[in-house]
Design a protein around this ligand. Sequence first.
Ligand code: FES
Length: 70
Amino acid sequence: MIVCLCHRVSDRDIKAAVGQGTCCFEVLQDDLRVASSCGCCHDCAREVFDQACSARGQAVAPQPALATTA
Ligand code: FES
């Protein structure tokens, strides 16, 4: 399943990255560029990432709070 249309990143790509030791979503974004353009895929990518980490028994780093504009 393609998760990120902007950068053609699939759920397999995300799972493979986790399998290779990526345990921080921001690192995943740097490596695969997932959720780094339009951002539409962020929630789905994060969900796939969290599930892959859980499946590997890795602790999932908490998502940083989003900045808000006033
Ligand atoms: S769909 Fe992933 S950044 Fe646009």
